[in-house]
Design a protein around this ligand. Sequence first.
Ligand SMILES: Cc1cc2nc3c(=O)[nH]c(=O)nc-3n(C[C@H](O)[C@H](O)[C@H](O)COP(=O)(O)OP(=O)(O)OC[C@H]3O[C@@H](n4cnc5c(N)ncnc54)[C@H](O)[C@@H]3O)c2cc1C
Length: 518
Amino acid sequence: MKREDFLTRASSNETFDILIIGGGASGLGAAVDAASRGHSVLLVEQADFAKGTSSRSTKLVHGGVRYLKQGNVSLVLEALRERGLMVRNAPHLVHSLPFVIPNYHWWEGPFYGIGMKVYDGLAGRLGLEPSRYLNREDVIELLPNIEPQDLTGGIIYHDGQFDDSRLAINLAQTAAENGAVLLNYTRCCGLIKDGPHVAGARLRDEEGGLEFEVSARVVINATGVFADSVRQMDDPAAQPMLSPSQGIHFVLPREFLPGETAIMIPKTDDGRVLFAVPWHGRVVVGTTDTPVEKASLEPRALGEEIDFIFTQISRYLTRDPERKDVLSVFAGLRPLIKAEAGSTAALSRDHLISISDSGLITLAGGKWTTYRKMAEDVINHAEMIGALEQHRCMTHELAIHGAQQGEADTSPLSFYGSDAAGIRALITAEPTLGKALHPKLEFVEAEVIWHVRHEMARTVEDVLSRRTRALLLDARASIEAAPVVASLIAAEIGRDKAWIEQQISAYAELARGYLMPD
Ligand SMILES: Cc1cc2nc3c(=O)[nH]c(=O)nc-3n(C[C@H](O)[C@H](O)[C@H](O)COP(=O)(O)OP(=O)(O)OC[C@H]3O[C@@H](n4cnc5c(N)ncnc54)[C@H](O)[C@@H]3O)c2cc1C
């Protein structure tokens, strides 16, 4: 993927079949689907791929046990099917993980045990391992730090886990390999109409400042929590259809949850589910559900959300985490579809496709787990609205960039799948590139070179937040790694000292927002 080539192509008066606005799970999934059917596709993202909600999830590929509790069987069924396809098509990024529901009351064993059997049954052929009851000793063996007082036993079940922004990058690469043109740092500033119909967009290259127009037979708005702002570019009177809800997570050192098993707490004080999940050698704990008024690219955790997670997780661990233990705090906004009434926890997690009078297609809601199905649905609509030739969806069996079969790679480069060999080759050619970016981070210099050359990384933040996950894994260490990363990028893309200084300070300012407030 070469940004310069993509920019030349996008600004060269070509009419694309499909223009997609937004480079998160929804937009990138749609780009893969459309390009693999043979349509010409341009995707534009105002910041970096997955800069929005799609890098801020709980990292689960799941049917959603809580939706089962709500009786939303069809949603669970669809998500479990998609979970199976993701494990199959992106095995380097999506894997099965054991979860234990610890039981502290006599009724919890049979209650959750039956629920999880239903969950197993709904997964059918694409199921992971079956759930089963555990006695008290088994639970303590799997979760040595679990609170033992009043513990009666537990249920073990399996769900999927993944790396969200790495999957986004690999989806961008898959789309590009199928002929799509993708531009990060390119904002849609307005829509172009041909009579009453949307016929393209006005775009701005946020790096070089170039403004240009692009024509397309059909335009898809996949801008997540920003979807209403693009709908209002189409029709200033359009009523908001989204109700964003914030969820936050902490990242803790592995010693709080040693082993390879996650904890699932089915009911917190506010009736939600809480997870503590091993991820990249740390533990991700979350999440919350707080209605927010405004969409933002950098939402911040609120004091009450932080207190809530400390209180809830401390009940289940022998050692209570303290503020000083937290390596990073991150927040994300759910693009929930508005309901007439009720709390945000009751709003729909299902996706919605809406078509305006001008033919603008908006794809909103859903979750990462169902990105492929959402993409299939929206491209079926796009073919009709844009009067495009209709083709069969190809993504059920389409391998995602990096997928490789055979023995699972357990090295720190395993998340690159088949690209790990290319990174190792860089180190062989220049052994100094094998140096770690920071003593507390498992990433090496060669990865940065790879991100710039093959993954369209443009800034220090792109590398430390979404190509590696350093920002989430240890925000402080990532600030200290920024100067090395800035120099490596500058040497690759020809930037001067002033650019390096600007990048280091911009990154430090951003990353300070991920440190636990005092
Ligand atoms: C706290 C939390 C936990 C979650 N956990 C899970 C989970 O474990 N598993 C799961 O399956 N799902 C999970 N989800 C849901 C999932 O993350 C989201 O449904 C999904 O990431 C939404 O993707 P999206 O592409 O619709 O939105 P986004 O990822 O927000 O992408 C929209 C993009 O559009 C861009 N954009 C906006 N305006 C413009 C413009 N004018 N021009 C160009 N680009 C523009 C933005 O910069 C943004 O990058 C979670 C969500 C949250 C908030």
